[in-house]
Design a protein around this ligand. Sequence first.
Ligand SMILES: [Zn+2]
Length: 608
Amino acid sequence: MKQAWTALAVASILALGVSSPVFAIPAQSGRLRVIVNETPVSFSTPPALDHGVLVAPLGPLASAFGATVVWERDARKGTVTSRTGTVVHLTIGDPTALVAGRQVTLPVSPARRSGAVWVPAAGFLRTLGAYVRISGDAEVIEAVSQVTEITWRRGSDGFVVRAAATGPVNTQVHVLTDPDRLVVDILRAVDSLKDAKIEVGDPDVVAIRSAQFSVRPDVTRIVLDLIRPVPYAVALDGEGVVVTVSGTAAARNAPPQDTNPAPARLPGSPSEGPSVRPQGDTATRDLEHSNGAAAPEPHAVPSLPEFVDSPGAFHIRAVDYRIAEGTGQLTILASQPVAPVVKQFTYPARLAVDLPGGVFLPRREDLEIGSDAVRNIIVAQLQAQPNLTRVLVYFHRKTSVTTTSTDGGRTLTIALSDIARAPKRPPAVVIDPGHGGPDSGAIGPAGVREADVTLEIGRMVRQALERQHVRVVLTRTTNTMVGLEERPDIARREGGIVFVSIHANASQYSSKKGTETYYGTPESASLASTIQSEVVQALGEPDRGVRAADFYVVMNSPMPAVLIETAFISNPAEEQLLRNPATQRRIAEAIARAIVRYLGARTTAPAP
Ligand SMILES: [Zn+2]
Protein backbone atom coordinates (compact mmCIF):
# COMPACT_ATOMS: atom_id res chain seq x y z
CA MET A 1 0.00 0.00 0.00
CA LYS A 2 2.98 2.23 0.08
CA GLN A 3 3.48 2.27 -3.70
CA ALA A 4 1.27 5.27 -4.03
CA TRP A 5 3.93 7.90 -3.44
CA THR A 6 2.47 9.82 -6.32
CA ALA A 7 3.77 13.30 -6.81
CA LEU A 8 0.97 15.83 -7.07
CA ALA A 9 0.93 19.49 -7.83
CA VAL A 10 0.78 21.79 -4.84
CA ALA A 11 -2.64 23.00 -5.94
CA SER A 12 -4.11 19.55 -5.60
CA ILE A 13 -3.11 19.40 -1.94
CA LEU A 14 -5.81 21.90 -1.20
CA ALA A 15 -8.29 20.09 -3.36
CA LEU A 16 -7.64 16.73 -1.75
CA GLY A 17 -7.28 17.91 1.78
CA VAL A 18 -4.81 16.41 4.18
CA SER A 19 -6.99 13.48 5.06
CA SER A 20 -6.77 11.91 1.62
CA PRO A 21 -6.66 8.22 2.42
CA VAL A 22 -4.88 7.16 -0.73
CA PHE A 23 -1.97 9.35 -1.58
CA ALA A 24 1.14 10.39 0.15
CA ILE A 25 1.40 14.04 -0.64
CA PRO A 26 4.79 15.69 -0.97
CA ALA A 27 5.12 18.76 1.14
CA GLN A 28 4.99 22.27 0.04
CA SER A 29 8.42 23.35 1.12
CA GLY A 30 8.47 24.36 4.78
CA ARG A 31 4.84 23.57 5.46
CA LEU A 32 5.48 20.16 6.97
CA ARG A 33 8.12 20.39 9.62
CA VAL A 34 9.65 18.31 12.37
CA ILE A 35 11.24 20.20 15.24
CA VAL A 36 13.28 18.15 17.67
CA ASN A 37 14.60 19.79 20.81
CA GLU A 38 13.69 23.20 19.44
CA THR A 39 15.75 22.70 16.28
CA PRO A 40 14.11 22.01 12.89
CA VAL A 41 15.31 18.69 11.50
CA SER A 42 16.71 19.04 8.02
CA PHE A 43 15.87 16.37 5.49
CA SER A 44 17.29 15.96 1.99
CA THR A 45 13.76 15.04 0.88
CA PRO A 46 11.11 17.03 2.74
CA PRO A 47 8.49 15.29 4.90
CA ALA A 48 5.20 14.21 3.35
CA LEU A 49 1.71 13.23 4.45
CA ASP A 50 0.61 9.61 4.34
CA HIS A 51 -3.04 9.07 5.26
CA GLY A 52 -2.92 12.45 6.96
CA VAL A 53 0.12 11.43 9.01
CA LEU A 54 3.40 13.29 8.65
CA VAL A 55 6.08 10.87 7.46
CA ALA A 56 9.80 11.60 7.12
CA PRO A 57 13.12 9.83 6.52
CA LEU A 58 14.11 7.73 9.52
CA GLY A 59 17.82 8.59 9.70
CA PRO A 60 17.63 12.32 10.39
CA LEU A 61 14.72 11.82 12.83
CA ALA A 62 16.60 9.25 14.86
CA SER A 63 19.85 11.15 15.02
CA ALA A 64 18.08 14.38 16.00
CA PHE A 65 16.87 12.54 19.09
CA GLY A 66 20.25 10.97 19.79
CA ALA A 67 19.30 7.49 18.55
CA THR A 68 21.25 5.24 16.19
CA VAL A 69 19.85 3.20 13.29
CA VAL A 70 21.08 -0.13 11.98
CA TRP A 71 19.36 -0.93 8.70
CA GLU A 72 20.94 -3.09 6.04
CA ARG A 73 20.53 -1.73 2.54
CA ASP A 74 17.28 -3.03 1.03
CA ALA A 75 16.46 -5.00 4.18
CA ARG A 76 12.85 -5.25 5.31
CA LYS A 77 13.67 -4.91 8.98
CA GLY A 78 15.89 -2.58 10.94
CA THR A 79 16.73 -1.56 14.47
CA VAL A 80 16.88 1.80 16.20
CA THR A 81 18.57 2.18 19.59
CA SER A 82 17.57 5.19 21.65
CA ARG A 83 20.04 7.24 23.62
CA THR A 84 18.98 5.46 26.78
CA GLY A 85 19.30 2.02 25.20
CA THR A 86 15.70 1.27 24.28
CA VAL A 87 15.70 -0.94 21.20
CA VAL A 88 13.01 -0.35 18.57
CA HIS A 89 12.48 -2.90 15.79
CA LEU A 90 10.79 -1.60 12.65
CA THR A 91 9.53 -3.50 9.61
CA ILE A 92 8.77 -2.11 6.17
CA GLY A 93 5.05 -2.44 5.45
CA ASP A 94 4.17 -3.40 9.04
CA PRO A 95 2.73 -0.78 11.40
CA THR A 96 3.71 -2.82 14.46
CA ALA A 97 6.96 -1.67 16.05
CA LEU A 98 8.60 -3.67 18.79
CA VAL A 99 9.66 -1.21 21.50
CA ALA A 100 11.77 -2.79 24.25
CA GLY A 101 9.94 -6.03 23.53
CA ARG A 102 6.48 -4.50 23.55
CA GLN A 103 4.26 -4.06 20.53
CA VAL A 104 3.42 -0.51 19.61
CA THR A 105 1.21 0.26 16.65
CA LEU A 106 2.38 3.12 14.48
CA PRO A 107 -0.27 5.18 12.66
CA VAL A 108 1.16 4.15 9.28
CA SER A 109 3.74 1.53 8.35
CA PRO A 110 7.40 2.31 7.74
CA ALA A 111 7.94 2.45 3.98
CA ARG A 112 10.81 2.58 1.57
CA ARG A 113 10.92 5.55 -0.68
CA SER A 114 13.75 6.50 -3.08
CA GLY A 115 16.16 4.27 -1.22
CA ALA A 116 15.43 5.63 2.25
CA VAL A 117 13.21 4.29 5.04
CA TRP A 118 10.36 6.62 5.92
CA VAL A 119 8.42 6.49 9.18
CA PRO A 120 5.53 8.38 10.79
CA ALA A 121 7.49 11.11 12.58
CA ALA A 122 5.39 11.55 15.73
CA GLY A 123 4.76 7.85 16.31
CA PHE A 124 8.38 6.99 15.76
CA LEU A 125 9.72 9.73 18.04
CA ARG A 126 7.33 8.52 20.76
CA THR A 127 8.82 5.05 20.59
CA LEU A 128 12.11 6.70 21.55
CA GLY A 129 10.46 8.28 24.59
CA ALA A 130 9.97 11.75 23.11
CA TYR A 131 7.18 14.02 24.26
CA VAL A 132 5.47 14.99 21.01
CA ARG A 133 3.11 17.81 20.12
CA ILE A 134 1.32 17.80 16.82
CA SER A 135 -0.05 21.10 15.61
CA GLY A 136 -1.84 22.40 12.57
CA ASP A 137 -3.34 19.60 10.51
CA ALA A 138 -0.49 17.29 11.43
CA GLU A 139 1.78 19.79 9.73
CA VAL A 140 4.22 20.51 12.52
CA ILE A 141 5.63 17.87 14.84
CA GLU A 142 7.52 19.09 17.88
CA ALA A 143 9.43 16.65 20.02
CA VAL A 144 11.38 17.12 23.22
CA SER A 145 12.86 14.77 25.79
CA GLN A 146 11.01 13.58 28.86
CA VAL A 147 12.33 13.31 32.38
CA THR A 148 11.07 9.89 33.37
CA GLU A 149 12.74 9.02 36.62
CA ILE A 150 14.58 10.62 39.50
CA THR A 151 16.67 8.49 41.80
CA TRP A 152 19.03 9.38 44.59
CA ARG A 153 21.62 7.76 46.77
CA ARG A 154 24.05 8.81 49.43
CA GLY A 155 27.52 7.47 48.67
CA SER A 156 31.11 8.20 49.51
CA ASP A 157 31.07 10.77 46.70
CA GLY A 158 28.27 12.70 48.34
CA PHE A 159 24.55 12.92 47.74
CA VAL A 160 23.85 12.00 44.13
CA VAL A 161 20.61 12.69 42.27
CA ARG A 162 20.03 11.26 38.82
CA ALA A 163 17.34 12.55 36.48
CA ALA A 164 16.81 10.16 33.59
CA ALA A 165 15.96 11.83 30.27
CA THR A 166 14.79 10.01 27.17
CA GLY A 167 16.78 12.20 24.78
CA PRO A 168 19.34 14.97 24.58
CA VAL A 169 18.93 17.74 27.17
CA ASN A 170 20.83 20.67 28.58
CA THR A 171 20.91 22.19 32.02
CA GLN A 172 20.97 25.54 33.75
CA VAL A 173 21.74 25.75 37.44
CA HIS A 174 20.61 28.35 39.96
CA VAL A 175 21.58 28.53 43.61
CA LEU A 176 18.89 30.10 45.79
CA THR A 177 19.00 31.07 49.44
CA ASP A 178 16.53 31.52 52.27
CA PRO A 179 15.77 28.67 52.23
CA ASP A 180 18.83 27.15 50.58
CA ARG A 181 17.98 25.42 47.35
CA LEU A 182 19.81 24.08 44.36
CA VAL A 183 17.71 24.49 41.25
CA VAL A 184 18.62 22.46 38.18
CA ASP A 185 16.61 23.38 35.10
CA ILE A 186 16.57 20.65 32.50
CA LEU A 187 16.07 22.42 29.21
CA ARG A 188 14.04 20.89 26.37
CA ALA A 189 12.42 18.38 28.67
CA VAL A 190 8.88 17.61 29.77
CA ASP A 191 8.46 16.38 33.33
CA SER A 192 6.61 13.10 33.02
CA LEU A 193 6.79 12.65 36.81
CA LYS A 194 4.28 15.47 37.23
CA ASP A 195 5.24 17.35 40.34
CA ALA A 196 6.98 14.63 42.27
CA LYS A 197 8.42 15.26 45.70
CA ILE A 198 10.34 13.12 48.10
CA GLU A 199 11.46 14.05 51.56
CA VAL A 200 14.98 12.74 51.71
CA GLY A 201 15.98 13.24 55.31
CA ASP A 202 19.62 13.45 54.35
CA PRO A 203 22.02 15.53 56.46
CA ASP A 204 22.45 17.89 53.50
CA VAL A 205 19.27 17.53 51.48
CA VAL A 206 15.77 17.85 52.89
CA ALA A 207 13.79 17.01 49.77
CA ILE A 208 13.91 16.65 46.01
CA ARG A 209 11.11 18.09 43.94
CA SER A 210 10.42 18.04 40.23
CA ALA A 211 7.92 20.03 38.22
CA GLN A 212 7.28 21.40 34.77
CA PHE A 213 8.67 24.90 35.12
CA SER A 214 7.62 26.13 31.69
CA VAL A 215 6.03 24.92 28.50
CA ARG A 216 7.47 26.01 25.15
CA PRO A 217 10.27 26.35 26.00
CA ASP A 218 9.89 23.08 27.88
CA VAL A 219 11.83 23.22 31.09
CA THR A 220 11.69 20.61 33.82
CA ARG A 221 12.84 21.99 37.12
CA ILE A 222 14.48 19.83 39.76
CA VAL A 223 14.83 21.47 43.15
CA LEU A 224 17.00 20.15 45.95
CA ASP A 225 15.89 21.67 49.26
CA LEU A 226 19.11 21.99 51.18
CA ILE A 227 19.89 22.24 54.85
CA ARG A 228 22.82 24.52 54.17
CA PRO A 229 24.71 25.81 51.13
CA VAL A 230 26.85 22.96 49.79
CA PRO A 231 29.28 22.48 46.93
CA TYR A 232 27.68 20.80 43.95
CA ALA A 233 28.41 19.49 40.48
CA VAL A 234 25.97 19.01 37.62
CA ALA A 235 26.89 16.74 34.72
CA LEU A 236 25.20 15.33 31.63
CA ASP A 237 25.65 11.74 30.63
CA GLY A 238 24.02 9.42 28.11
CA GLU A 239 21.05 8.86 30.38
CA GLY A 240 20.31 12.32 31.64
CA VAL A 241 21.51 14.64 34.37
CA VAL A 242 23.61 13.82 37.42
CA VAL A 243 23.68 16.24 40.34
CA THR A 244 26.24 15.62 43.04
CA VAL A 245 26.10 17.50 46.31
CA SER A 246 29.19 17.05 48.43
CA GLY A 247 28.31 18.62 51.72
CA THR A 248 29.61 18.32 55.21
CA ALA A 249 27.76 15.07 55.68
CA ALA A 250 29.86 13.39 53.04
CA ALA A 251 33.07 14.53 54.68
CA ARG A 252 31.92 13.53 58.14
CA ASN A 253 30.54 10.26 56.99
CA ALA A 254 33.14 8.38 55.05
CA PRO A 255 32.33 5.67 54.17
CA PRO A 256 28.60 6.03 54.61
CA GLN A 257 27.27 3.79 51.83
CA ASP A 258 25.16 1.82 54.26
CA THR A 259 23.28 4.81 55.51
CA ASN A 260 20.74 4.78 52.72
CA PRO A 261 21.24 1.39 51.22
CA ALA A 262 18.68 1.37 48.45
CA PRO A 263 18.52 4.09 45.87
CA ALA A 264 15.14 5.61 46.39
CA ARG A 265 12.80 6.28 43.50
CA LEU A 266 10.55 9.20 43.45
CA PRO A 267 7.03 7.95 43.87
CA GLY A 268 5.38 7.89 40.50
CA SER A 269 8.54 7.15 38.64
CA PRO A 270 8.33 4.40 36.07
CA SER A 271 9.38 0.95 37.06
CA GLU A 272 9.80 -0.36 33.58
CA GLY A 273 11.91 1.01 30.76
CA PRO A 274 11.76 4.76 30.96
CA SER A 275 11.29 5.27 27.25
CA VAL A 276 8.34 2.91 27.14
CA ARG A 277 6.45 4.40 30.03
CA PRO A 278 5.44 7.70 28.48
CA GLN A 279 3.79 6.02 25.48
CA GLY A 280 0.60 4.65 26.90
CA ASP A 281 -2.23 6.89 27.80
CA THR A 282 -2.94 5.00 30.99
CA ALA A 283 0.68 5.34 31.96
CA THR A 284 0.40 9.09 31.64
CA ARG A 285 -2.67 8.94 33.83
CA ASP A 286 -0.85 6.91 36.47
CA LEU A 287 1.96 9.39 36.64
CA GLU A 288 -0.29 12.30 37.27
CA HIS A 289 -1.43 11.72 40.82
CA SER A 290 0.45 8.84 42.23
CA ASN A 291 3.18 11.09 43.57
CA GLY A 292 3.43 11.88 47.22
CA ALA A 293 2.18 8.56 48.47
CA ALA A 294 4.42 7.01 51.07
CA ALA A 295 7.27 9.48 50.98
CA PRO A 296 9.29 8.21 53.93
CA GLU A 297 10.54 10.92 56.17
CA PRO A 298 13.15 10.68 57.38
CA HIS A 299 14.49 7.85 55.30
CA ALA A 300 14.58 4.54 57.15
CA VAL A 301 17.89 3.35 58.52
CA PRO A 302 19.09 -0.23 58.55
CA SER A 303 18.59 -2.24 61.70
CA LEU A 304 21.02 -1.44 64.45
CA PRO A 305 23.28 -3.81 66.30
CA GLU A 306 22.88 -4.25 70.05
CA PHE A 307 23.93 -0.97 71.47
CA VAL A 308 25.44 0.35 74.67
CA ASP A 309 26.60 3.89 75.26
CA SER A 310 30.12 4.34 74.04
CA PRO A 311 32.34 7.34 73.41
CA GLY A 312 30.67 9.48 70.76
CA ALA A 313 27.46 7.45 70.88
CA PHE A 314 24.64 7.60 73.41
CA HIS A 315 20.90 7.12 73.74
CA ILE A 316 18.16 9.59 73.08
CA ARG A 317 15.90 8.42 75.90
CA ALA A 318 12.79 10.49 75.48
CA VAL A 319 11.28 13.33 73.54
CA ASP A 320 8.29 15.07 74.97
CA TYR A 321 6.17 18.13 74.17
CA ARG A 322 4.01 20.00 76.66
CA ILE A 323 2.10 23.25 76.67
CA ALA A 324 1.53 25.40 79.73
CA GLU A 325 0.59 29.05 80.06
CA GLY A 326 1.24 30.02 76.49
CA THR A 327 4.55 28.22 76.25
CA GLY A 328 5.22 25.01 74.42
CA GLN A 329 8.17 23.07 75.71
CA LEU A 330 10.02 20.39 73.78
CA THR A 331 12.22 18.30 76.07
CA ILE A 332 14.88 15.92 74.82
CA LEU A 333 16.51 13.60 77.34
CA ALA A 334 19.86 12.05 76.41
CA SER A 335 21.97 9.56 78.28
CA GLN A 336 25.07 11.68 77.80
CA PRO A 337 25.74 15.37 77.18
CA VAL A 338 24.61 16.34 73.73
CA ALA A 339 25.74 19.14 71.43
CA PRO A 340 22.61 19.85 69.41
CA VAL A 341 22.56 21.57 66.06
CA VAL A 342 19.30 23.51 65.81
CA LYS A 343 18.06 24.89 62.51
CA GLN A 344 14.86 26.48 61.37
CA PHE A 345 13.39 26.18 57.92
CA THR A 346 10.51 27.68 56.09
CA TYR A 347 8.33 26.18 53.44
CA PRO A 348 7.05 24.26 55.29
CA ALA A 349 7.95 25.95 58.59
CA ARG A 350 9.87 23.46 60.67
CA LEU A 351 12.63 23.11 63.20
CA ALA A 352 15.31 20.46 62.98
CA VAL A 353 17.24 19.51 66.09
CA ASP A 354 20.17 17.31 65.11
CA LEU A 355 21.74 15.25 67.87
CA PRO A 356 25.11 13.98 66.60
CA GLY A 357 26.05 10.68 68.21
CA GLY A 358 22.46 10.10 69.30
CA VAL A 359 20.98 6.62 68.99
CA PHE A 360 17.20 6.47 69.08
CA LEU A 361 16.27 2.87 69.54
CA PRO A 362 12.61 3.07 68.53
CA ARG A 363 14.24 4.52 65.40
CA ARG A 364 11.15 6.55 64.65
CA GLU A 365 8.38 8.06 66.68
CA ASP A 366 5.56 10.31 65.48
CA LEU A 367 3.93 12.73 67.85
CA GLU A 368 0.69 14.33 66.69
CA ILE A 369 0.50 17.64 68.55
CA GLY A 370 -2.10 19.74 66.76
CA SER A 371 -1.57 22.75 68.98
CA ASP A 372 -1.78 26.32 67.82
CA ALA A 373 1.89 26.42 66.81
CA VAL A 374 2.94 22.81 66.31
CA ARG A 375 1.45 20.38 63.86
CA ASN A 376 3.50 17.29 64.63
CA ILE A 377 6.92 16.09 65.74
CA ILE A 378 8.97 13.31 64.22
CA VAL A 379 11.87 11.79 66.11
CA ALA A 380 14.05 9.50 64.05
CA GLN A 381 17.48 8.08 63.91
CA LEU A 382 18.51 9.52 60.61
CA GLN A 383 21.74 7.64 60.20
CA ALA A 384 24.11 5.19 61.84
CA GLN A 385 27.91 5.28 61.58
CA PRO A 386 28.13 7.99 62.69
CA ASN A 387 24.91 8.05 64.63
CA LEU A 388 22.60 10.97 64.21
CA THR A 389 19.15 11.43 65.64
CA ARG A 390 16.96 14.20 64.32
CA VAL A 391 13.95 15.75 65.97
CA LEU A 392 11.78 17.51 63.41
CA VAL A 393 9.11 19.89 64.63
CA TYR A 394 6.56 20.94 62.01
CA PHE A 395 4.95 24.29 62.71
CA HIS A 396 1.66 25.71 61.64
CA ARG A 397 3.31 29.10 61.54
CA LYS A 398 6.74 30.63 61.83
CA THR A 399 7.82 30.59 65.47
CA SER A 400 10.90 31.75 67.33
CA VAL A 401 12.45 29.27 69.73
CA THR A 402 14.74 29.38 72.75
CA THR A 403 17.06 26.48 73.45
CA THR A 404 18.39 25.69 76.93
CA SER A 405 20.62 22.90 78.06
CA THR A 406 20.60 21.56 81.64
CA ASP A 407 21.80 18.54 83.62
CA GLY A 408 25.31 18.91 82.25
CA GLY A 409 24.00 18.90 78.70
CA ARG A 410 21.86 15.78 79.07
CA THR A 411 18.55 17.61 79.00
CA LEU A 412 17.70 19.89 76.16
CA THR A 413 14.70 22.21 76.39
CA ILE A 414 13.33 24.14 73.46
CA ALA A 415 10.64 26.67 74.29
CA LEU A 416 8.28 28.50 71.99
CA SER A 417 5.08 30.40 72.33
CA ASP A 418 2.17 28.04 71.86
CA ILE A 419 -1.32 27.35 73.10
CA ALA A 420 -3.39 24.23 73.01
CA ARG A 421 -5.97 24.19 70.25
CA ALA A 422 -9.43 25.39 70.90
CA PRO A 423 -11.90 22.55 71.33
CA LYS A 424 -13.45 20.89 68.32
CA ARG A 425 -14.95 22.97 65.62
CA PRO A 426 -18.21 22.17 63.91
CA PRO A 427 -17.92 19.61 61.13
CA ALA A 428 -16.76 20.87 57.77
CA VAL A 429 -16.76 19.95 54.11
CA VAL A 430 -13.15 20.13 52.99
CA ILE A 431 -12.54 21.23 49.42
CA ASP A 432 -9.04 20.72 48.10
CA PRO A 433 -8.13 22.76 45.01
CA GLY A 434 -5.31 20.71 43.45
CA HIS A 435 -1.76 22.05 43.05
CA GLY A 436 -0.90 25.74 43.63
CA GLY A 437 2.07 28.05 44.02
CA PRO A 438 5.09 26.89 42.04
CA ASP A 439 3.18 23.70 41.27
CA SER A 440 0.95 24.78 38.40
CA GLY A 441 -0.44 21.31 37.75
CA ALA A 442 -1.05 20.49 34.11
CA ILE A 443 -0.96 23.31 31.57
CA GLY A 444 -3.32 23.36 28.61
CA PRO A 445 -2.36 24.06 25.00
CA ALA A 446 -3.59 27.67 25.38
CA GLY A 447 -1.64 28.05 28.60
CA VAL A 448 -4.46 27.61 31.13
CA ARG A 449 -3.01 26.37 34.42
CA GLU A 450 -4.70 23.56 36.31
CA ALA A 451 -3.89 25.20 39.66
CA ASP A 452 -5.82 28.35 38.69
CA VAL A 453 -8.85 26.42 37.47
CA THR A 454 -9.03 24.22 40.57
CA LEU A 455 -8.80 27.24 42.87
CA GLU A 456 -11.61 29.08 41.05
CA ILE A 457 -13.86 26.02 41.12
CA GLY A 458 -12.98 25.37 44.76
CA ARG A 459 -13.96 28.90 45.77
CA MET A 460 -17.24 28.59 43.89
CA VAL A 461 -18.01 25.28 45.62
CA ARG A 462 -17.47 27.02 48.94
CA GLN A 463 -19.82 29.86 47.98
CA ALA A 464 -22.49 27.42 46.86
CA LEU A 465 -22.27 25.33 50.04
CA GLU A 466 -22.11 28.31 52.37
CA ARG A 467 -25.38 29.54 50.88
CA GLN A 468 -26.79 26.30 52.30
CA HIS A 469 -25.14 26.94 55.68
CA VAL A 470 -22.57 24.19 55.31
CA ARG A 471 -19.19 25.00 56.86
CA VAL A 472 -16.50 24.72 54.18
CA VAL A 473 -12.73 24.66 54.57
CA LEU A 474 -10.50 25.11 51.55
CA THR A 475 -7.05 23.53 51.79
CA ARG A 476 -5.82 26.63 49.99
CA THR A 477 -7.53 29.92 49.28
CA THR A 478 -4.82 31.57 47.20
CA ASN A 479 -2.24 30.56 44.63
CA THR A 480 0.04 29.05 47.22
CA MET A 481 1.80 25.76 47.63
CA VAL A 482 0.26 23.32 50.08
CA GLY A 483 2.09 20.02 50.43
CA LEU A 484 0.26 16.86 49.49
CA GLU A 485 0.75 15.45 52.98
CA GLU A 486 -0.61 18.63 54.52
CA ARG A 487 -3.99 18.43 52.80
CA PRO A 488 -5.43 15.42 54.67
CA ASP A 489 -3.98 16.94 57.86
CA ILE A 490 -6.05 20.05 57.30
CA ALA A 491 -9.13 17.91 56.79
CA ARG A 492 -8.49 15.98 59.99
CA ARG A 493 -7.76 19.09 62.04
CA GLU A 494 -10.82 20.92 60.76
CA GLY A 495 -13.17 18.09 61.58
CA GLY A 496 -13.77 17.28 57.93
CA ILE A 497 -16.70 14.99 57.16
CA VAL A 498 -16.18 14.98 53.39
CA PHE A 499 -13.02 15.64 51.40
CA VAL A 500 -13.19 16.57 47.72
CA SER A 501 -10.00 17.19 45.78
CA ILE A 502 -10.53 19.11 42.54
CA HIS A 503 -8.26 18.58 39.55
CA ALA A 504 -8.15 18.82 35.78
CA ASN A 505 -6.94 15.89 33.78
CA ALA A 506 -4.13 15.79 31.24
CA SER A 507 -3.07 13.41 28.54
CA GLN A 508 -0.49 13.47 25.83
CA TYR A 509 -3.38 12.81 23.46
CA SER A 510 -5.15 16.12 22.98
CA SER A 511 -8.30 14.34 21.82
CA LYS A 512 -8.89 12.70 25.21
CA LYS A 513 -11.77 14.27 27.07
CA GLY A 514 -14.35 13.75 29.76
CA THR A 515 -14.90 13.64 33.50
CA GLU A 516 -13.73 11.00 35.95
CA THR A 517 -13.80 10.65 39.73
CA TYR A 518 -11.49 8.63 41.94
CA TYR A 519 -11.97 7.29 45.45
CA GLY A 520 -9.62 5.51 47.80
CA THR A 521 -11.71 3.57 50.28
CA PRO A 522 -14.98 1.67 49.75
CA GLU A 523 -16.80 4.12 52.05
CA SER A 524 -16.00 6.85 49.56
CA ALA A 525 -17.43 5.10 46.51
CA SER A 526 -20.96 6.49 46.79
CA LEU A 527 -19.63 10.03 47.26
CA ALA A 528 -17.57 9.52 44.11
CA SER A 529 -20.50 8.31 42.03
CA THR A 530 -22.78 11.10 43.27
CA ILE A 531 -20.21 13.74 42.33
CA GLN A 532 -19.44 12.06 39.02
CA SER A 533 -23.07 11.92 37.93
CA GLU A 534 -23.83 15.51 38.94
CA VAL A 535 -20.78 16.90 37.19
CA VAL A 536 -21.26 14.84 34.04
CA GLN A 537 -24.87 16.07 33.84
CA ALA A 538 -23.90 19.68 34.43
CA LEU A 539 -20.87 19.80 32.14
CA GLY A 540 -22.04 17.44 29.42
CA GLU A 541 -18.62 16.04 28.67
CA PRO A 542 -18.11 12.26 28.30
CA ASP A 543 -18.60 10.15 31.43
CA ARG A 544 -15.32 8.33 32.03
CA GLY A 545 -16.64 6.73 35.17
CA VAL A 546 -15.72 6.29 38.80
CA ARG A 547 -12.57 4.41 39.74
CA ALA A 548 -10.62 3.33 42.77
CA ALA A 549 -7.08 4.67 43.01
CA ASP A 550 -4.57 5.14 45.77
CA PHE A 551 -3.92 8.84 45.47
CA TYR A 552 -2.30 10.23 48.58
CA VAL A 553 -5.02 12.73 49.43
CA VAL A 554 -7.90 10.27 49.18
CA MET A 555 -6.06 7.45 50.94
CA ASN A 556 -4.95 9.60 53.84
CA SER A 557 -8.07 11.57 54.62
CA PRO A 558 -9.93 9.85 57.47
CA MET A 559 -13.35 10.65 56.01
CA PRO A 560 -15.09 9.91 52.70
CA ALA A 561 -12.64 11.39 50.21
CA VAL A 562 -12.64 11.65 46.43
CA LEU A 563 -10.64 13.27 43.69
CA ILE A 564 -12.46 14.60 40.65
CA GLU A 565 -10.79 15.13 37.30
CA THR A 566 -13.29 17.65 36.02
CA ALA A 567 -12.17 17.63 32.36
CA PHE A 568 -9.01 17.41 30.27
CA ILE A 569 -7.06 20.64 30.29
CA SER A 570 -4.91 19.08 27.56
CA ASN A 571 -7.93 18.98 25.26
CA PRO A 572 -8.28 22.39 23.57
CA ALA A 573 -12.09 22.40 23.76
CA GLU A 574 -12.24 21.28 27.39
CA GLU A 575 -9.46 23.72 28.25
CA GLN A 576 -11.79 26.50 27.08
CA LEU A 577 -14.60 25.07 29.23
CA LEU A 578 -12.29 24.94 32.24
CA ARG A 579 -11.16 28.54 31.85
CA ASN A 580 -14.68 29.89 31.36
CA PRO A 581 -16.15 31.27 34.64
CA ALA A 582 -19.66 30.20 33.62
CA THR A 583 -18.64 26.56 33.13
CA GLN A 584 -16.48 26.71 36.25
CA ARG A 585 -19.61 27.74 38.14
CA ARG A 586 -21.62 24.90 36.57
CA ILE A 587 -18.99 22.38 37.70
CA ALA A 588 -18.78 23.94 41.17
CA GLU A 589 -22.52 23.94 41.69
CA ALA A 590 -22.74 20.34 40.54
CA ILE A 591 -20.07 19.36 43.08
CA ALA A 592 -21.86 21.29 45.83
CA ARG A 593 -25.18 19.71 44.89
CA ALA A 594 -23.63 16.25 45.00
CA ILE A 595 -22.11 16.87 48.43
CA VAL A 596 -25.44 18.05 49.81
CA ARG A 597 -27.20 15.05 48.26
CA TYR A 598 -24.59 12.71 49.69
CA LEU A 599 -24.74 14.20 53.18
CA GLY A 600 -28.53 14.23 53.09
CA ALA A 601 -28.72 10.58 52.07
CA ARG A 602 -26.24 9.71 54.76
CA THR A 603 -27.96 11.43 57.63
CA THR A 604 -31.44 10.19 56.75
CA ALA A 605 -30.35 6.60 56.20
CA PRO A 606 -31.68 4.17 58.83
CA ALA A 607 -29.14 2.99 61.34
CA PRO A 608 -27.54 -0.26 60.29
ZN1 LIG B 1 -3.95 17.61 39.17
